[in-house]
Ligand binder design. Structure first.
Ligand code: GH3
Ligand code: MG
Ligand code: MG
Ligand code: MG
Length: 307
């Protein structure tokens, strides 16, 4: 085991459940001597109370318990917690461990428990637990990457269509308003030509932050294309969306840039198109109307909002 691995395993919190106090004490001593944090409970009910308040990784439970038995306890734990269960079963002719495993127990040991064997099984369960968590973390990271624009850290255009479709479904089902903003930087080619592409990229990053700072929690911003951005505004009518758009337009214009190669602070402007969703319009048409509104802003002189 490397250090990271042993640390993750040794950090574990174990709960031992057995109605026999001599067994509880002996097991707790052994588990603690092996380097784990350990608590005990004399019944399934007492174990559930501890699980409600505490933070455990593995429960090692006897099957035969007064009141609720170890099988039902396993069932309850697997339905309500992300905790592994190892069951202890009376003798090798007792096959109740099979039921425990079918209820989600990760492993079992026969009584009388051979401590060295229990330790091996406990370590294996903890190692699998860590690997599973790592897999979940990795999948979440991949998902985040797949929906995020690498430059601006806004959502990307793939996720835009995904979310817009969901919002259209929702708005159709519940008859709620839904609006969309589409924005494009004015004369951005000139900015790139004057200060270079890297300075242009810095504008895109900053712009993403400014747009986000103007939105409510339920709104979402996307980098739709190179220098084009979209915002989905759920529960928002066109007039209200135009107010949000105007707030963004003004905030962008008020912001100052200091590109290398120019002593003067520079401001940029954006043109915005606003549309409210018309049921039961196709998603492509909805986006196209926002695009058209944005071009109206361009044609009318840029740095403005059109509906
Ligand atoms: P308009 O006001 O009509 O929108 O003028 P414009 O110059 O912004 O429009 P145009 O569509 O002609 O050019 C868009 C420019 O955006 C061209 C391209 O160099 C720049 N651009 C697109 N994506 C990126 C990017 O990722 N980084 C940088 N720095 N520039 C980009
Ligand atoms: Mg018992
Ligand atoms: Mg453009
Ligand atoms: Mg442009």
């Amino acid at each position: 085991m490397n250090n990271g691995e042993s640390e993750a395993v040794m950090d574990a919190h174990i709960l031992i459940v057995d109605d026999d106090s001599a067994i509880r004490t002996a097991m707790q001593e052994f588990v603690e001597m092996s380097g784990f944090t350990c608590q005990t409970a004399a019944s399934a009910e007492a174990a559930l109370d501890l699980l409600r308040d505490g933070c455990f990784d593995v429960v090692i439970t006897d099957i035969m318990l007064p009141g609720m038995d170890g099988l039902d306890l396993t069932d309850r734990i697997k339905n309500n917690h992300n905790i592994d269960v190892i069951v202890m079963t009376g003798y090798s002719g007792d096959y109740s461990y099979e039921e425990a495993v079918s209820k989600g127990a990760s492993d079992f040991v026969f009584k009388p428990v051979r401590f060295e064997e229990l330790l091996l099984r406990l370590r294996r369960v903890l190692k699998e637990r860590r690997l599973t968590q790592e897999r979940i973390d990795m999948l979440e990271k991949l998902k985040r990457l797949s929906i995020t624009d690498g430059l601006t850290q806004l959502y990307n255009s793939r996720y835009f269509y995904n979310q817009l479709k969901l919002e259209i479904d929702r708005t159709t089902r519940y008859q709620r308003p839904l609006s969309l903003l589409l924005m494009d930087i004015d004369h951005f080619k000139d900015y790139n030509d004057n200060y270079g592409h890297l300075e242009g990229d810095r504008v895109l990053v900053r712009l993403g932050q400014v747009i986000r700072s103007c939105l409510r929690k339920m709104d979402s911003a996307y980098r739709y294309g190179g220098e084009e951005f979209t915002v989905i505004l759920p529960e928002t009518e066109g007039g209200e969306a135009a107010t949000v758009a105007e707030r963004i337009r003004a905030a962008v214009q008020a912001d100052r840039y200091h590109p290398k190669g120019d002593d003067q602070p520079i401001s940029i402007t954006i043109s915005i198109g606003v549309t409210e969703y018309h049921r039961p319009e196709e998603i492509a048409l909805f986006v196209q109307r926002a695009d058209r509104a944005m071009y109206q802003s361009k044609q009318a002189g840029r740095n403005r909002v059109s509906c």
